[in-house]
Design a binder for this molecule. Structure first.
Ligand SMILES: *[C@@H]1O[C@H](CO)[C@@H](O)[C@H](O)[C@H]1NC(C)=O
Ligand SMILES: *[C@@H]1O[C@H](CO)[C@@H](O)[C@H](O)[C@H]1NC(C)=O
Ligand SMILES: *[C@@H]1O[C@H](CO)[C@@H](O)[C@H](O)[C@H]1NC(C)=O
Ligand SMILES: *[C@@H]1O[C@H](CO)[C@@H](O)[C@H](O)[C@H]1NC(C)=O
Length: 492
């Protein structure tokens, strides 16, 4: 047994050696060769897979869903099959919440929003108006007990109002807007507020509907509501996926990332299927060459819940390991249908970031005009910038509106969103500008190949940054949501 196993070990070892030397005899990667291998036909093959994955969970690849797990399994499997990378799953739990709310009262069904973290429930009870803004226990009349509390939005968090309603014995709580319209993306903010009271089934109404109901009730009519909340609140496990070249200098690593999850509402083929599949395809072509500097492809989970995966990675990485990351490249939405060709501006960012945006620009010369756009807080570059890692990336626009001037540059439609299907069920294959996707994936290939050859222009070693400088680290769940992908999320 012993002899046999050591013989086996020996032959594995020599096989590994032979493979390593074969790898290192490959030609050094160069931009033109790598760019030429990027074909839209291959990108679309991945896209058809991603659509299939979303069907495993009713049209979504939201983190922790079957569609998302199928996505991360696929990424790891096809990258493992190259033999060129060391791959790794970084798995951790995070709280997921989604739901719907509906209210029928006075013979009408009202348009009602769900408040994240509110429990499910099915109640029929009188609607009782809460005094003032419902921020004090004394605002809740005795009649709230056994009733549905109707509370005006403002001053204190939704979560506090709903918990106070619970403490007063309400069986449901509805917060109506202090503006005419509905409340986009409301959340109770904290998972529970035991110090105030229990959460009860909760939702939101528009200001117009809420004030009309209040006037009716205050006029002396008894209004009984049928209030129905259907919610899922649970911890879900999901993973970041990493694939790092075995070859190249591991003290000087280039990280290229995109997020593997979608929103609940749709399959996320542009957001961020396009960036994920773009760098996946670069990763599948790169093994034809060797690299001087190691390249790590990173597929972040739960970006749509507030950059959770990238923040988790950076905040769990010791400073010594962070120092080995020479630069970060982000690819989130690179095939929007009403296409902008934005490159993140390195001006006012960590030293080396301008060099990165100039490297991206080289790819587009003679092809299409590009425009610099400032980094914000809306994607996975944020934790890297926050610890001083020079960064760059491509972006074709989200829910924002294409200006007249931009429409002239890009032969696109002024006054229309860059991506009309942003965060919606229609973010499928038909939502992609496939030629822009190929062009931008070649832009990714150019920048990755350039830095995989040489880090000239990128300061190494980097000036040390404070051990904890993460702007997102201390934010609560709802604040993170607010930061991510320009979600409209409100706590108050
Ligand atoms: C599936 O998605 C559709 C819309 O895309 C929605 O109406 C339906 O309620 C969802 N079903 C489940 C079980 O989530
Ligand atoms: C009600 O609550 C608000 C906000 O917490 C507080 O500022 C105010 O003083 C309270 N009013 C009363 C009458 O208790
Ligand atoms: C209540 O119902 C009456 C009769 O249908 C209607 O005229 C009134 O507008 C309704 N009020 C509200 C707030 O729904
Ligand atoms: C799609 O991308 C191409 C570049 O590959 C661009 O020329 C074209 O204007 C884009 N289409 C739209 C509708 O924006």
């Amino acid at each position: 047994m012993k002899i046999t196993s050591s013989v086996v070990l020996l032959s594995f070892a020599s096989l590994a050696c032979a493979q390593d030397s074969r790898q290192s005899r490959k030609p050094l990667v160069d931009s033109n060769s790598l760019r030429r291998t990027i074909k839209s036909s291959n990108l679309l093959k991945h896209a058809r897979k991603f659509v299939e994955f979303s069907k495993l969970s009713n049209g979504t690849r939201v983190f922790g869903s079957a569609g998302h797990t199928a996505t991360t399994d696929y990424l790891k499997r096809v990258l493992d099959a190259t033999g060129y990378y060391d791959t790794e799953l970084q798995t951790f739990p995070y709280l997921f919440s989604t739901g719907t709310a509906s209210l029928s009262a006075n013979g009408t069904t009202f348009t009602t929003g769900y408040l994240s973290y509110a429990p499910s429930g099915d109640v029929t009870a009188p609607l009782v108006v809460v005094n003032d803004l419902g921020c004090n226990a004394s605002d809740y009349p005795a009649a709230v007990a056994g009733s549905i509390a109707l509370v005006l939005r403002g001053v204190c968090p939704f979560g506090e109002k709903v918990a106070r309603a619970g403490a007063a014995g309400a069986v449901g709580a509805i917060v109506y807007n202090n503006l005419d319209g509905s409340v986009p993306g409301g959340t109770l903010g904290e998972i529970s507020r035991p110090e105030i009271g229990p959460y009860v089934p909760a939702g939101t109404l528009s200001g117009i509907d809420g004030t009309a109901l209040v006037a009716l009730i205050n006029g002396g009519t008894e209004v009984v509501g049928d209030f129905h909340v259907e919610a899922i609140n649970e911890e879900r496990l999901s993973s970041n996926v990493f694939a790092t070249t075995k070859l190249g200098d591991h003290d000087n690593v280039i990280v290229a990332g995109g997020h593997s999850d979608s929103v609940v509402a749709g399959p996320g083929i542009n957001d961020d299927g396009s960036g994920t599949m773009g760098i996946l395809e670069v990763a599948l072509q790169l093994p034809k060459w060797r690299v001087n500097n190691a390249v790590r492809f990173a597929f972040w989970t739960a970006e749509e819940f507030g950059l959770i995966g990238s923040e988790y990675y950076i905040s769990h990485l010791p400073e010594e390991e962070r120092q080995k990351i020479a630069l970060y490249l982000n690819f989130d939405m690179i095939a929007s249908p009403n296409t902008a060709f934005f490159i993140y501006s390195g001006v006012n960012e960590p030293a080396g970031s301008i060099h990165i945006h100039e490297t991206f620009e080289e790819h587009y010369v003679g092809k299409i005009r590009t425009a610099l756009t400032p980094f914000g807080t809306g994607s996975d570059y944020r934790p890297f910038l926050d610890v001083g890692i020079p960064s760059g990336g491509l972006f074709t626009g989200a829910g924002g509106i294409m200006t007249e001037e931009q429409a002239g540059w890009w032969n696109a439609q002024a006054g229309v969103a860059y991506d009309v299907c942003y965060h919606q069920a229609c973010d499928g294959i038909a939502n992609l500008n496939v030629s822009a996707w190929e062009l931008n994936t070649r832009g990714a290939a150019h920048t990755i190949a350039t830095y995989a050859r040489s880090l000239d222009g990128i300061p190494r070693p980097r000036v040390s940054v404070p051990a904890r400088n993460l702007k997102l680290a201390d934010l609560s769940y709802e604040e993170r949501l607010h930061q991510a992908c320009s979600h409209e999320v409100s706590v108050i």
